[in-house]
Design a protein around this ligand. Structure first.
Ligand code: FNR
Length: 341
């Protein structure tokens, strides 16, 4: 059942990604053009540091999959691209391994293909400390993601219906594992109130993973016999909205959800994120062209991000947060409603 579900997620997410176009909330963010701001490319350094973690590039391949033969092969390709580019990578939720240890290799392949890379293991917020440690051990992971997905669970017929223990569980895991803990959404966003609670639990970093890209309410509706929850399409806050909402929160942030190209990465960094990641787009890239296609895409993004930072006068990813940006449209209305300056 779990293996079928993992394959269905890949199928529906890819279909959704191929269909999706049009307005993206990142389009409501633009840089003020300063014609004399540019610096020399050789002075740009992409290294990013946050919550005790250092990555050479402010990009990552976000959590997706594992647990079936098909998704094991996808993990292999994702891991090869991560190794070739030195970009950090997360596994999908390790839950299928807790249910059936015979699928261990579909996750472990990521470490085998990428022995020296930065790998994040991934568990749900119901995991015990013991399971969280097993997930870290399985991947020899450098960090642990805990995903929050109440809306996805709600639309899943077989989904979880008890969420009250998540907060205390996160605190126990953060205190009980030896690697940094990063809490993430799965595409519905983290509000500043949620971030404030996470900060109290000992979490080092949060990945806002907002709406605008992969929509798990739709994916789970597609898996249902009838799309009973179709009205939930579009639920949540977009990634740029979350970053604006989080200003001054004092917790390092990662940005994922709807990131389409290097300009969206630069926009996310300008709004305060320490790095930006993608899932659906990178999945589609490996399904279409294997590891070589994703390697080429990640290299191209790195090159273009460096070029944009050169023109914008940002020596480091953190410098982008000092660039002047304008906020338009729905995003501006969101800021007004949430009393964000
Ligand atoms: C995901 N995502 C996800 N997240 C997580 O924490 N654990 C998981 O197991 C999964 N599984 C998963 C499967 C597939 C096929 C996709 C496309 C995504 C969510 C993912 O990490 C990310 O938060 C969202 O997809 C939003 O980013 P994009 O896809 O808009 O770039």
């Amino acid at each position: 059942m779990s293996a079928d579900r993992k394959d269905a997620h890949v199928r529906y997410a890819t279909e959704q990604h191929r269909r999706h176009s049009g307005h993206n909330p990142f389009d409501d963010v633009s840089f003020v053009h300063h014609a004399l701001a540019g610096i020399d490319r050789r002075d740009v350094c992409l290294t990013t540091r946050f919550g005790g973690i250092t990555w050479p590039t402010p990009l990552y391949i976000n959590a997706m999959t594992g647990g079936s033969p098909t998704t094991g092969a996808i993990n292999r390709d994702l891991a090869i691209a991560a190794r070739e580019t030195g970009i950090a990578i997360a596994t999908g939720s390790v839950s299928p391994y807790f249910a059936d240890a015979s699928v261990a290799d579909t996750f472990r392949v990521m470490r085998e293909e990428n022995p020296d890379g930065f790998i994040l293991a991934n568990v749900n917020a119901n995991a015990t400390v013991e399971k969280a440690r097993r997930a870290v051990d399985l991947l020899r992971a450098d960090a642990l993601q805990i995903h929050l997905n109440a809306i996805q669970e709600t639309v899943m017929p077989e989904g979880d219906r008890s969420f009250a223990a998540w907060g205390p569980r996160i605190a126990q895991i953060a205190a009980g594992v030896d690697v940094p803990v990063i809490v993430k959404e799965v595409g519905f966003g983290l509000s500043r109130e949620t971030l404030a609670r996470l900060k109290e639990t000992g979490v080092r970093v949060a990945d806002v993973s907002g709406s605008g890209g992969t929509d798990f309410a739709r994916i789970e509706n597609d898996r249902r016999e009838r799309p009973d929850y179709a009205y939930l399409d579009g639920w949540g806050q977009s990634t740029p909205a979350c970053l604006l909402d989080a200003q001054g929160i004092g917790l390092p942030l990662l940005a994922s959800g709807g990131v389409r190209h290097p300009l969206d990465v630069a926009r996310a960094l300008a709004l305060g994120a320490s790095a930006a990641g993608a899932s659906g787009l990178f999945l589609r890239t490996v399904l279409d062209g294997g590891a070589p296609a994703l390697t080429a895409l990640l290299r191209s993004w790195t090159d273009q991000l460096t070029a944009l930072m050169t023109a914008l006068g940002a020596r480091t990813p953190a410098d982008l947060a000092r660039c002047d940006v304008l906020v338009h449209g729905d995003l501006r209305a969101f800021c007004a409603d949430r009393a964000i300056d």
